[in-house]
Each structure stands twice: as structure tokens, then as C-alpha cells.
Write a protein that binds this ligand. Structure first.
Ligand code: BGC
Length: 257
């Protein structure tokens, strides 16, 4: 399997921890040179770069806040200037805020929509502009969520952002197909990562969730990374406009008791 991504360059947002970090490590293992982003503090991103280089891969670190359009351009430019291309974009950076709908603040709405949706939107735009100019094909992989399709009461901003990401993916698959650019979503369910730290610390809540997952366990970041590597590789060349649910069966499990 090694070498499926030899000669490719990938930008993976939110790659200092969790799913993003596992994806960066896996793409690097398969031969891609990786760009790891950070917003303010470089320590986590540095950790990902060190893991990749220790395993014999290549990665660089770039400061960029994906909620700022100029930073999106800067991040893609950095891939081209430092690594010579940018063939794969993984829109992974994401946040969630818990609140009853009636209490959602404008600040929380903006924070969630700006990272999860605006960031993916304009980073993809910057990615596609460079591919258009270079006349090269590319791969866009969005890390959405089961909540691009499934309700999550008290997380209305998160659901709004991920539902929009689903339609953005479908729309761009059609619009960018003629340019040789594929666009797909991976929709993780409950994965063992820092975004779930409150849930992981609350045993009754965690047990209730596990009881609704047919496979009976949380997912691992590495399992998400495996699907991302497939979508980025030649094996996934004819896949576009799809969402891959990676949730142990969670989304299919509604039933009357
Ligand atoms: C959310 C988690 C949640 C999981 C399953 C994910 O997208 O980030 O907080 O536990 O979906 O509902």
C-alpha cells in the first residue's frame, strides 16, 4: 500500500490533533508531502510534523487561520512555494458548541460557521484557483459528520454547518468535475478525539451513546485516515459527490424499543 500518494502534496487543516493529525500521518506514510497548519500556538502542529519526519515522511508547518480568506490563500501558496504543488485538500478543521437553540449567541454562531463552513469554502476556492492556473487535477476531502444528515439537538450551529458542507460537496463535485477535481465527504460518527473530551469524561452519557452504535465502540482517528487515503489515491479516482459514513452504523440505527 505504501507509495499510493508518492509525488503528491496535501494540505490538511486542523492537523495538530485528532482526526486531522491521523490523516496527515497516513497520507505521509503513503508518500504525500504534507502541510500542517496552526492558528497561534505551533506546539501541536510541531508534534505532527515530528511524527511524520520520524517515520521518514516530509511535512512543513504553516500559520493560517482558515476563517480569514487571506490566510486560506497563504496556506495554499505555501504548499506550492515550499513543496511545489498542492494536489489534495483535506478540510478537517472543525469545532462544535453546545447550546439550546434559544440561547445560541451570535459569537458562537459565527465561530462555528466560520471554521466549519467558511473556512472549507474559501480554502477550497484558493485550492481550485491554483489548480485551474496550473491545469492540474485534484482531490477535495471534507471531514463533515454524521450530523451532515442526522439531528443533534443542542448543536444547531454544528448541524447547520455540516448540512451546508454536504450540499457544498455535492455542488462542487458537479461544478469541478470537468476540471478533474473530485469532491467527497467523510462523515465520522463518534470518534475518540479531543472534540469529544466532554463526552469521554461523562460515563453515563458515553455509555448511552455506545448503546446506539451497532459496532459497540467509538471509532479511531486512524480509521477515518484510511478512508481519506483511499479518496486521495488512484483507488478513489472515480469517486466524486459521495459521503462516506464512518460511524459504526450509528446513523442507520433508529428503531422503536
Ligand atoms: C461530533 C461528536 C458526536 C458525534 C456523534 C460528531 O460529529 O463531533 O460530538 O459525539 O458526532 O454524535
Amino acid at each position: 500500500m505504501a507509495g499510493r500518494l508518492e509525488g503528491k502534496v496535501a494540505v490538511i487543516t486542523g492537523s495538530g490533533s485528532g482526526i486531522g493529525q491521523a490523516i496527515a500521518e497516513r497520507l505521509a506514510q503513503e508518500g504525500a508531502d504534507c502541510v500542517i497548519d496552526y492558528i497561534v500556538e505551533p506546539e501541536e502542529a510541531q508534534g505532527t510534523v515530528s511524527k511524520i519526519t520520524a517515520a521518514g515522511g516530509k511535512a512543513v508547518m504553516v500559520q493560517a487561520d482558515v476563517t480569514v480568506m487571506a490566510d486560506c490563500t497563504k496556506l495554499i501558496e505555501a504548499a506550492w512555494s515550499q513543496l511545489g504543488s498542492c494536489d489534495i485538500l483535506v478540510n478537517n478543521a472543525g469545532i462544535e458548541k453546545h447550546a439550546d437553540f434559544v440561547d445560541v449567541t451570535e459569537a458562537d454562531y459565527d465561530a462555528v460557521m466560520n471554521v466549519n463552513l467558511k473556512g472549507a469554502f474559501f480554502l477550497t476556492q484558493a485550492f481550485v484557483r491554483k489548480l485551474r492556473d496550473a491545469k492540474k487535477p485534484g482531490r477535495v476531502i471534507n471531514i463533515s459528520s454524521v450530523h451532515e444528515d442526522m439531528v443533534f439537538p443542542h448543536f444547531s450551529t454544528y448541524c447547520a454547518s455540516k448540512g451546508a458542507m454536504r450540499m457544498l460537496m455535492r455542488d462542487l463535485a458537479v461544478e469541478l468535475g470537468p476540471m478533474g477535481i473530485t469532491v467527497n465527504n467523510i462523515a465520522p460518527g463518534a470518534i475518540n478525539t479531543p472534540i469529544n473530551k466532554n463526552l469521554l469524561a461523562d460515563k453515563p452519557k458515553l455509555d448511552a451513546l455506545l448503546a446506539t452504535i451497532p459496532l459497540g465502540r467509538l471509532g479511531k482517528p486512524e480509521e477515518v485516515a484510511g478512508v481519506a487515503a483511499f479518496l486521495a489515491s488512484e483507488d478513489g479516482a472515480y469517486v466524486t459527490g459521495s459521503t462516506y459514513f464512518l460511524d459504526g452504523g450509528l446513523i442507520r440505527n433508529y428503531h422503536e424499543q
